[in-house]
Design a binder for this molecule. Structure first.
Ligand code: AMP
Length: 410
C-alpha cells in the first residue's frame, strides 16, 4: 500500500515525498482513512511509529491548499515545548507545497514573536496548554473556528497536571468539530476525558502499547552504584556511536553527568526543565546537527523527542516507571534504523527491572562489559556497614542478592 492510494491531496503527497517517506507505517495506514472521513479517533501507539504524520497528513488534506480567513482551524495540544516545536516543524514540512501556515505556541520564551505570528493569520496552532490559555484569556486568539482538535500524548499531558486547562480549552472549541486523541496508554481516567471530548471514536491501536520496537537491541548492565560513571565512560569508549542519549532521573544528576562527560572530552548537551528555552533549543539543535555527540536528558524533556540517527540510548539511571523505559529506548531505533539501548542497574534497582520486564512482557538480556574492572560486590548487612559507599543511599548496597535475582543463567 502506498501513500498515493490513501486519497491524500497532491500538495500533501509532494510534502510526503520530499520528507523521503517511501510507504506508510501501520498507524498511518489505519488512521489516515478514518481522519480523512471526518471521524473522531483514539489512537494508541508508541512514539516512533509515525503517529505525527498519521494525523498531520489527513488534516492538511482536509484543510485544502489555501488559507481561509486567517483564523486557526486546527489546534494540536502537546505536553512539552519540545514536542510542540517538533510537531509544528512536521506540519510545516508536509505543508510546504501549500499556503497553509502553522505556528507553535509554548511557554519559556517571550510573547512578542508568537503574538505577531498569530496576528499575521494562522491555520494550524501547535501549543502547550498553559501558553495557549494566556492567548485565549488576553484575546489574542479565539478557538471559534477550530474544526479539528488533536490531543497528543494525552497520558503525559494528564501526568503533568494539565487536565483542568485541557478541559477548559476543549470547552472553548466548537462542539461541531473532529477530535483526535493520541495516548500511549488509555487507562480509565483518560477514557473519561475521551468520553466527554470525543464522539463515537474509532480506535486505532498499533502493536502492543508496551512493546519495545523490534529494531532495538537492549540490555541491562549490572554495576555498583559508585562505578556507574566509570562504566558509562567505558561503554562510550567501547561502542561505535554517532549520537547518544543519556538519561538521568533528576535534573541535578543530568547536570552532574554532563559536567563529568565534558571533563572526559565529550561534546555534551543537556536537556531538562530547569534550563531556559534558548538553552533547550540550542541543546536540541546542536545534538541534531552533530555538534554534540551526547545529550544528557531527563524524561519529561525528552519525551517524544525525535532526533534522526540516535545510535544509542543509555539509561544512566533506570526510569522510575516502566512506561518511561519504552519511551526512552524508543528514542533510538526510530522508524527503520537499528539502535542499541543500555541500562545501568545497581543492585537496589532489582525491583525496577522486574517491573519493566513485566510491563514489556519480556526479559531484558543482562550483559557485562568485557575488560571493565568490576569491583566485587560484597553483601553486607546494613547494620554493620560503617560508612555508606560514596554516592549510594545508606543501607541500599545489597549487591549479591540483587544480582542473583536478575541472574538468568549467564
Ligand atoms: P513519530 O512517531 O511521529 O514521532 O515519527 C517517528 C519517526 O518516523 C520520525 O522521524 C518520522 O519522520 C519518521 N516517519 C514517520 N512516518 C514515516 C514513514 N512512513 N516512512 C519513514 N519514516 C517515517
Amino acid at each position: 500500500m502506498s501513500f498515493a492510494s490513501l486519497n491524500l491531496s497532491p500538495a500533501v503527497l509532494r510534502g510526503v515525498e520530499a520528507a523521503g517517506y517511501a510507504e506508510p507505517t501501520p498507524i498511518q495506514l489505519r488512521a489516515i482513512p478514518v481522519i480523512l472521513g471526518g471521524g473522531d479517533l483514539i489512537g494508541s501507539a508508541q512514539t516512533g511509529t509515525g503517529k505525527t504524520a498519521a494525523f498531520a497528513l489527513p488534516i492538511l488534506t482536509r484543510l485544502g491548499a489555501h488559507v481561509r480567513g486567517g483564523r486557526p482551524r486546527v489546534l494540536v495540544l502537546e505536553p512539552t515545548r519540545e514536542l510542540a516545536a517538533q510537531v509544528e516543524t512536521a506540519f510545516r514540512d508536509f505543508a510546504r507545497f501549500s499556503d497553509l501556515r502553522a505556528v507553535a505556541v509554548f511557554g519559556g520564551v517571550g510573547y512578542g514573536n508568537q503574538r505577531a505570528a498569530l496576528r499575521e493569520g494562522v491555520d494550524i496552532i501547535v501549543a502547550t496548554p498553559g501558553r495557549l490559555m494566556d492567548y485565549l484569556k488576553d484575546g489574542t486568539l479565539t478557538l471559534r473556528d477550530i474544526s479539528v482538535l488533536v490531543l497528543d500524548e494525552v497520558d503525559r499531558m494528564l501526568d503533568m497536571g494539565f487536565l483542568p486547562v485541557v478541559k477548559d480549552i476543549i470547552g472553548r472549541c466548537p462542539k461541531n468539530r473532529q477530535t483526535l486523541f493520541f495516548s500511549a496508554t488509555v487507562p480509565p481516567e483518560i477514557q473519561a476525558v475521551a468520553s466527554f471530548a470525543l464522539r463515537d471514536p474509532a480506535r486505532v491501536e498499533v502493536g502492543a502499547n508496551r512493546s519495545v520496537n523490534r529494531t532495538i537491541t537492549h540490555a541491562i548492565y549490572p554495576v555498583a552504584h559508585d562505578q556507574k560513571f566509570d562504566l558509562l565512560l567505558a561503554l562510550l569508549a567501547k561502542v561505535d556511536f554517532d549520537s547518544v542519549l543519556v538519561f538521568s532521573r533528576t535534573k541535578h544528576g543530568a547536570d552532574k553527568i554532563a559536567r563529568r562527560l565534558k571533563v572526559a572530552n565529550h561534546q555534551v548537551a543537556v536537556l531538562h526543565a530547569n534550563r531556559s528555552q534558548n538553552q533547550r533549543l540550542e541543546a536540541l539543535a546542536g545534538f541534531r546537527s552533530g555538534k554534540y555527540e551526547i545529550m544528557v536528558a531527563t524524561d519529561i524533556a525528552a519525551r517524544g523527542i525525535d532526533v534522526a540517527g540516535v545510535t544509542h540510548v543509555i539509561n544512566f539511571d533506570i526510569p522510575a516507571n516502566p512506561e518511561d523505559y519504552v519511551h526512552r529506548i524508543g528514542r533510538t531505533g526510530r522508524a527503520q534504523a537499528v539502535g542499541d539501548a543500555f541500562t545501568l542497574v545497581t543492585p537496589e534497582n532489582a525491583g525496577d527491572v522486574r517491573a519493566i520486564e513485566r510491563f514489556i512482557g519480556q526479559k531484558i538480556p543482562e550483559l557485562k562489559l568485557e575488560g571493565f574492572e568490576y569491583r566485587p560486590l560484597v553483601a553486607r548487612p546494613a547494620a554493620t556497614v560503617p560508612q555508606r559507599a560514596q554516592g549510594s543511599p545508606a543501607g541500599t548496597l545489597r549487591p549479591q542478592r540483587g544480582f542473583r535475582r536478575f541472574g538468568r543463567g549467564r
